[in-house]
Design a protein around this ligand. Structure first.
Ligand SMILES: [Zn+2]
Length: 463
């Protein structure tokens, strides 16, 4: 739905011969469907406050009005009773093309990219039905998240708006190296075309390759990680000049840069290099936090992932021994780091590292954020207004405001009093299409049928 690839599309249209363009006249502008959502309450994600009874008018894909009180006029009303409406939630750290499994390390030698791609359609739907209408996808195997994004945008499969980094960029033997842990004759020597760089020159090549492949942003790995089979979870794996080169190249293409970093030195280098966000940040020290405040760098804590790996590391054989050892270090620390960062004034955006734990449980992160000492209203802002700013998409996403996408969810109860109510979605609308109502999934027909239905202003649900 979001025109992430619009410039290219327009460029291709310009190449069409005139005769061909005449053969395919644009359809006449159709009257957009108008519906009014009647909410018992609305969370104002800009002010961080709960409002009373509110009516939200949706025209086609966008919000056209937000007014206090009950609906007036003749438009179709979607009655949500006493439910609390919120902007569609945003998870700024997912991996929709994989999911945790005790056989995950050996599956990669048997599964093809198509296997991951097919499964990703299920994870995308599950994520949407959990109330997450937008995600940043921070790393895949071979660009399959680009195909997933395109299929969702075309209305072929249901899922959230996806902004994808495709393959992560890192150094040889580091957290992004796809051949870590392989025997030598299988490992080869991956290079910049698959995201492995060892100089600023390689960095430019890798970012430009991502642009060519159709990525929306860049993900880098300046530190070791938990789930790769190398020795360290927190060592520094990129130099400041390499990170600066990535950021400079990314800015040429309008990309933001997300940095996976557990260790304090890696965080310092990433912030100095100019990245937009630090992911995980487990061993972040006070100096890092001061630096992040000074640079305006976002922090995406992913507490749920830390807790999940810490628990699974106690199950014999779930992870390779080296991974289990690292998971046991990170697991108990990450929640406390999130609380310290909040108190130090670091800006926090919501993200979970979905795939490290099963997709669809994303909202459990809110509970952990509140446990860490982050106020409930701030935690919800982190998943709405803040995450939209991090994406640099706050003109379209992140609040229930006229002009933005009609990405609206609803829950029973008051999430500011009990944050766990966000784990039970009652209603999910993305870009004006209802995907969940009364806590149950709504069947949405795909592609042409859906488009035709919207164009004619017909009922969107239940066929
Ligand atoms: Zn991740």
């Amino acid at each position: 739905m979001l025109p992430a690839r619009l410039p290219l599309t327009l460029a291709l249209l310009a190449l069409l011969p005139a005769a061909m363009a005449q053969d395919a006249p644009a359809p006449p502008p159709a009257a957009a469907a108008i519906r009014v959502l009647h909410c018992g309450h609305l969370f104002d994600s800009v002010a961080g406050k709960l409002l009373g009874e509110t009516s939200i008018t949706v025209t086609g894909e966008r919000i056209s009005a937000v007014t206090p009180g009950a609906p007036t006029g003749g438009a179709k009303v979607i009655e949500l009773g006493d439910a609390t409406c919120l902007p569609g939630l945003i998870d700024a750290h997912t991996h929709l093309t994989g999911e945790t499994s005790p056989t995950g390390y050996s599956d990669q030698f048997r599964w093809n990219i198509a296997d991951y791609a097919i499964r990703s359609t299920v994870y995308a739907r599950r994520t949407l039905l959990a109330g997450f209408t937008t995600v940043r996808n921070l790393g895949d195997s071979d660009g399959e998240s680009i195909a997933l994004r395109n299929a969702i945008n075309a209305g072929i499969v249901p899922g959230p708006h996806i902004f994808t980094a495709a393959q992560a960029i890192g150094s040889t033997g580091g957290h992004a190296d796809p051949s870590d842990g392989y025997r030598k004759d299988l490992a080869g020597d991956p290079g910049p075309t698959v995201g492995i760089i060892n100089s600023p020159e390689d960095a430019w090549k890798a970012v430009r390759q991502h642009y060519k492949d159709g990525a929306d942003l860049i993900k880098i790995m300046p530190s070791g990680g938990v789930l790769d089979e190398s020795a360290s979870v927190d060592n520094a794996q990129l130099t400041v000049p390499e990170i600066q080169a990535i950021v400079a190249a990314a800015h040429d293409y309008g990309f933001t840069v997300a940095a996976h970093a557990h260790g304090a030195e890696a965080i310092r280098r990433a912030v100095l290099g100019g990245v937009d966000s630090i992911e995980h940040g487990t061993f972040m020290n006070d100096e890092d936090m001061k630096l992040m405040v000074a640079h305006g760098t976002w922090y995406v804590p992913t507490i749920i992932a830390g807790k999940f790996v810490g628990e699974k590391a106690k199950v014999p054989g779930y992870y390779p021994p080296q991974v289990a050892k690292k998971a046991l270090m990170v697991g108990p620390m990450i929640e406390a780091t999130a609380g310290r960062a909040y108190r130090a004034g670091v800006k926090i955006a919501f993200g979970t590292d979905a795939a490290v734990y099963p997709h669809g449980q994303n909202a459990k992160e809110f509970e952990y954020m509140v446990q860490a000492g982050i106020p409930a209203a701030y935690a919800i802002q982190a998943a709405t207004a803040h995450a939209a700013q991090l994406l640099k998409r706050d003109k379209d996403l992140g609040s229930v405001t006229p002009g933005k996408y009609a990405d609206i969810v609803a829950v029973h109860g008051n999430p500011l009093a009990d944050i766990t109510v966000l784990q039970h979605m009652a209603f999910v609308m993305k870009a004006g299409t209802v995907y969940e109502e009364n806590g149950a999934a709504v069947h949405v027909a795909s592609t042409d049928a859906q488009t035709a239905s919207v164009a004619q202003g017909a009922e969107l649900q239940g066929y």
